[in-house]
Design a protein around this ligand. Structure first.
Ligand SMILES: O=C(O)CCC(=O)C(=O)O
Ligand SMILES: [Fe+2]
Length: 330
């Protein structure tokens, strides 16, 4: 299917205003929680408006990210940091380095991502050595393109992280979670990722190539902002048909990741999505991914009875789960 005749999906547009307005009532806030819960159970994805993140900050960050991605490949590659899941990356099948279908730069906070905050003793030859656990390899060093980029990304993070906390609180309210379960769901490391997509050629489109192949996000929730002038993100509707997610100016797209799907015993849908971009102008998206810490065991919470066969939920730490989902050559 070409993007020209791609159907568009109608997703719920959830107004988060009552959470920002001190005069809102408990009922108004509960209505927001319920709308989020309903969307998470249906397709696991919704638009969030009135979220309180300054639009100028998102716009500025998008301009700064675009400047970075327009640098020569060799310059960008300087920001590749050791492993595969942080720093600069690009699609490994890119043959023409002047036209990479998808590239990105990602930052994990400079903290250890295990509950005790102490770097585990990892054998460099073990699979776990791929996890970004040691702080000298994390976003605080070497991978920031420049101070300007860093200052804006950190400012954006300082706004989005509280939003993530509020969203996970709303979800926890609806699921009726105990304090212990809430803590587990909230115990996430915010990871900010900037993605850039260039247009696929007609031949690539016909071959069914995607800029970003279909996947679910491994974490709890993802909060995404995308360029407004092009439809490139796609999700499946309830009939399993790929549909475009039309950008709504000023909105975020929020989707459920596989950890939250598991925590909820499959009650919340981890949204399968992909990106197909075919427009002259490169597309930028920015995502805040809320990943559990690596040693948390991802399994259904006591409050969330199984809604599926048990086999799908072999308990695993998030670290093991993450490594299963992220290909070695990502
Ligand atoms: O660029 C997009 O619209 C989606 C990005 C995405 O799926 C991701 O970063 O995991
Ligand atoms: Fe994704």
């Amino acid at each position: 299917m070409t993007v020209d005749n791609l159907p568009l999906i109608e997703l719920p547009i959830i107004d988060f205003g009552p959470y920002l307005d001190p005069s809102s009532t408990a009922e108004q806030r509960q209505a927001v929680d319920h709308a989020i819960d309903k969307a998470c159970r249906h397709l696991g994805i919704f638009y969030l408006v009135n979220h309180g993140i300054p639009q100028e900050l998102c716009d500025k960050m998008s301009v700064i990210a675009r400047q970075f991605f327009s640098l020569p490949f060799e310059e960008k590659r300087k920001h590749k940091v050791g492993g595969e899941v942080r720093g600069y990356w690009f699609t490994t099948n890119a043959e023409d380095l002047s036209n990479i279908p998808c590239e990105g730069i990602a930052f994990h906070p400079p903290v250890n991502q295990c509950s005790n905050g102490v770097a585990p003793d990892i054998d460099p030859a073990s699979p776990e050595a791929r996890l970004p656990t040691t702080h000298d390899a994390l976003g605080g060093q070497h991978s920031w393109p420049n101070d300007h980029f860093r200052a804006h990304a950190e400012e954006l993070l300082s706004h989005i992280v509280p939003l993530k906390v509020r969203l996970l609180d709303s979800i926890s309210n609806c699921l009726g979670l105990s304090d212990a379960s809430r803590k587990l769901v909230q115990n996430t490391v915010p990871h900010i990722a900037f993605n850039s997509y260039s247009s696929l050629t007609k031949a690539q489109m016909e071959e069914g190539v995607s800029n970003l192949v279909e996947h679910t996000d491994p974490g709890t929730i993802t909060i995404l902002t995308q360029d407004v002038d092009v439809v490139a993100l796609q999700v499946k509707d309830s009939d399993g048909k790929w549909c475009g997610v039309k950008p709504i100016p000023g909105s975020f797209v929020v989707n459920v990741g596989s950890s939250l799907n598991r925590f909820t015993g499959n009650q919340y849908v981890d949204t399968l999505h992909r990106v197909i971009h075919c427009s002259e102008k490169s597309r930028i998206s920015m995502a805040l991914l809320a990943d559990p810490v690596f040693d948390v065991v991802i399994e259904p919470l006591p409050e969330c009875p199984f809604k599926t066969d048990l086999a799908k939920f072999v308990p695993k730490t998030f670290g093991a789960f993450y490594l299963d989902q992220v290909p070695e050559d990502h």
